[in-house]
Write a protein that binds this ligand. Structure first.
Ligand SMILES: Cc1ncc(COP(=O)(O)O)c(C=O)c1O
Length: 356
């Protein structure tokens, strides 16, 4: 089976890990600080705060922006659930705005009608590795005095009009095993606001500016030096891996766009897509997914249920009708695009899709 994702972790990561173990500095020590500095450089941002996961990065970011009970945040329903749950964690309400018909990202033309006095932030999600329409989102945020918390969990190294994703507001990354780069589990917050960075550092570590002094409510959401050492090795390879992902995606699109009944992913003008996922639209999706698996092609559905239709959100009383996201949930199918694919495997994927 050609896997849908394949983490690349080898000798260099192993050696980095062993070095940390023998150093005795295991948690939030020099490797974490170095990893934060390098990650901030990647996006040209001043502050980076490493966390235990993408979910905790989002949770901390929302808290650090002082969003809380009775506040609202605007986000897309077409994502992994953590993109919206970060608002629920702090007692705020996620307000969903449909996605663009051509892309899988929040539709800026529909944001303003959902802004109320309670709205505090927009959480745009750079889904599958492609930037949202950031000019329009930044314009709306500025006019309504809203924070931007980018969910960049799938977009390491992506750019928008030459500017790195992650530099438009406060940004959150996941470093989970299947991401474009990984620390196995891990996350990162980027921001140019020093107050947000200071609060994030405190929240991550029990609100503790120094040992056994606690100035605010915080959690244990720290990154270990062990995984930061892996992250430092991975970060050096990210650019190359992303360009292989882009080349794989171009090959798939060149061959699959000729096939009737399949819509290959569209790339926005002036963005550098990093193809965390290569996601086509196809009718009879579930049957097609089954047939592809039988032909040895691992596939994924990102995501079969839009967040507002999840049982958790139904229980919370969400009744939104968001037709573009709902149609996408029925039609999307992700094919392998990861950097370890061989030319033969790419051809196997193309042939398998062509034979559906
Ligand atoms: C868009 C998005 N947001 C948030 C997350 C949460 O990240 P993590 O799994 O590292 O907690 C993910 C990870 O799957 C994601 O894809």
């Amino acid at each position: 089976m050609i896997p849908i994702a394949k983490p690349i972790i080898g000798k260099e990561e192993e050696e980095a890990l062993l070095e940390v173990i023998s150093s005795g500095m295991l948690v939030q020590g020099p490797r974490v600080r170095e990893f934060e500095a390098r990650f901030a450089e990647l996006c040209g941002v001043e502050h980076a705060v490493a966390t235990s996961s993408g979910t905790t990065a989002l949770h901390i970011a929302v808290l650090a922006h002082q969003i809380g009970p009775s506040d609202e945040v605007i986000t897309s329903p077409f994502s992994f659930i953590a993109s919206a749950n970060c608002a629920l964690y702090v007692g705020a309400r996620p307000v969903f705005v449909d996605i663009e018909p051509d892309f899988f990202t929040i539709d800026p033309t529909k944001i303003e009608e959902r802004i109320t006095k309670k709205t505090k932030a927009i959480i745009p999600i750079h889904l599958y590795g492609q930037a949202c329409d950031m000019d329009a989102i930044v314009d709306i945020a500025q006019r309504h005095n809203l924070a931007i918390i980018e969910d960049a969990c799938q977009a390491h190294g992506a750019t928008y009009k030459g500017r790195p994703i992650g530099s438009f507001g406060t940004a959150c990354y996941s470093l989970y095993a299947t991401k474009n780069m990984t620390t196995i589990e891990g996350g990162m917050i980027l921001t140019n606001e020093s107050q947000v960075a200071d609060r994030a550092r405190l929240i991550r570590n029990h609100g503790s500016p120094k040992t056994y002094e606690h100035t605010m409510l915080g959690y244990n959401m720290r990154m270990t030096d062990l995984v930061a050492a892996i992250g430092l090795v991975q970060l050096k390879k990210l650019k190359e891996w992303n360009s292989i992902r882009r080349a794989n995606a171009a090959y798939l699109t060149e061959n699959l766009s000729k096939i009737k009944g399949i819509a290959t992913p569209k790339v926005r003008d002036n963005v550098e897509h990093v193809f965390h996922q290569y996601t086509i639209r196809i009718s009879d999706r579930d049957n097609s997914a089954q047939k592809l698996k039988e032909k040895g092609v691992g596939v994924g559905v990102h995501y079969p249920t839009p967040i507002h239709h999840q049982p958790l959100y139904q229980e919370l009383g969400y009744t939104d009708v968001l037709p573009v996201a709902e149609a996408a949930s029925r039609e999307v199918l992700s094919l392998p695009v990861h950097p370890s694919l061989t030319k033969d495997e790419l051809d196997t994927i193309v042939d398998a899709v062509a034979s559906l």
